[in-house]
Ligand binder design. Structure first.
Ligand code: GLA
Length: 385
């Protein structure tokens, strides 16, 4: 049995002898469509072979007991007065339970122990894995029959209200809906989605983890979101049908070149172009044209660096070093920005060599160890039998 599963199974026995369930909840990558979800745009994510495992059981008490096996830490809350715990890891879980209640669902006392191998703060959505994992577990434990879409919204609200990050819906949606060996294209307005098989046996997906954590990300993230909304509101004055940047095309935006403040214009430009790139990327997947697909990633990186200003020199270094390497067909920073991982599409027969080279280059440049992860595409959150 998976070692992490064994850890949470053993640990929960310190708290309860009741019947338990085990839930696997994966991290995610995003091929393209960054910072588009909260603009009602399009994204192209997939779940990966890094996960959080949660063991959970109902208890007869009026308490919620939360346990991080990895941090060897715990928090206890009263079910009738769930509030912040002062521990960020526990707040994600407490927040999720609180959102069940706010949505009118009745939950009783429970214990939840979790552990995992998703690097935290690396842009792989470890937080959505925790919130969606618990949402899924509570839905099971208390037989609530909530749809996966609604579980995604509950988990997203936990992030908004307890962690203070005004995130979009991409991470929660892919966490719950992912299918093995497939990429999901999601329309973040209608939540219509379809899958594309990622059927490229000659390509490896390799993440290069800068080790830099997104300390600025929370506030910068929320600022970007406000800037996008300001841009959309200005455009709406002339085009009343515009709700947000999803509804803006490049020629409409260009009319506002001298009207919008330069930073707002740049943010809008990036988002409008990125939505178009997701559409192109999806059609390249349809055509099995992985090299044109890969080329789009580098274009996105430039947009994120110059117009959206969420990259950092270390991520640029990783991307440019990768693009210099023969056999790399695409590379860009991934996730919210200001650190975390780059995503790289690399020809399989050169990928070991690529990893080795990148480790050396990164160490020479920054003095820090690079971590790298080879990804397979996995299914979404599920019960483990
Ligand atoms: C974070 C958020 C997502 C999304 C990405 C950027 O992962 O949680 O909703 O906005 O950043 O694409």
């Amino acid at each position: 049995m998976n070692q992490i599963v064994q850890v949470v199974k053993n640990k929960i026995r310190e708290y309860t002898a009741a019947e338990i369930i085990i839930v696997r909840s994966p991290g995610r990558i995003n091929f393209i469509g960054e910072h588009t979800d909260y603009n009602d745009g399009f994204v192209l994510p997939a779940a990966i072979n890094k996960s959080v495992f949660l063991a959970a059981a109902k208890t007869d008490s009026d308490r919620i007991q939360l346990v991080s096996a990895d941090m060897n830490d715990s928090a206890e809350l009263k079910i009738n007065s769930i509030g912040k715990t002062g521990k960020l890891w526990a707040d994600y879980l407490a927040g999720t339970a609180a959102e069940f209640q706010k949505s009118g669902y009745n939950i009783g006392g429970f214990v939840c122990v979790f552990s995992g191998d998703i690097p935290i703060g690396a842009g792989l959505s470890s937080s959505a894995a925790i919130t969606c994992g618990l949402a899924f577990a509570l839905n099971e434990l208390f037989a609530l029959n909530i749809s996966a879409k609604d579980l995604a919204f509950i988990a997203q609200k936990a992030e908004h209200n307890f962690a203070g990050v005004n995130c979009g819906i991409m991470d929660q949606f892919i966490n719950l809906f992912a299918e093995k060996d497939k990429v999901l294209k999601l329309d973040c307005r209608s939540l219509e989605y379809n899958f594309y098989p990622f059927d490229f046996p000659d390509i490896d997906i390799i993440l290069c983890d800068s080790g830099i954590r997104r300390s600025l990300a929370g506030s910068e993230y929320n600022t970007r979101r406000i800037q996008c909304d300001k841009g959309a509101a200005a455009i709406k004055e002339k085009y009343p049908l515009v709700k947000n940047l999803r509804d803006v095309d490049i020629s409409m935006l260009e009319e506002f070149g001298n009207i919008l403040p330069p930073d707002i214009y740049s943010r809008c430009l990036y988002v409008v172009e990125e939505n178009e790139r997701v559409r192109q990327a999806a059609s390249f997947l349809d055509d099995k044209n992985i090299s044109s697909f890969g080329e789009l990633l580098a274009v996105t990186h430039e947009g994120l660096r110059i117009d959206y200003e969420v990259s950092i020199p270390e991520m640029d270094f990783l991307v440019y070093s990768a693009l210099d390497f023969q056999g790399v067909i695409g590379s860009r920073m991934m996730g919210g920005g200001f650190g975390g991982c780059t995503i790289n599409l690399v020809e399989k027969d050169r990928s070991e060599n690529f990893i080795e080279k990148m480790h050396i280059l990164y160490k020479d440049k920054t003095g820090s160890e690079l971590r790298s992860y080879k990804c397979s595409l996995e299914s979404g959150t599920s019960l483990i039998k």
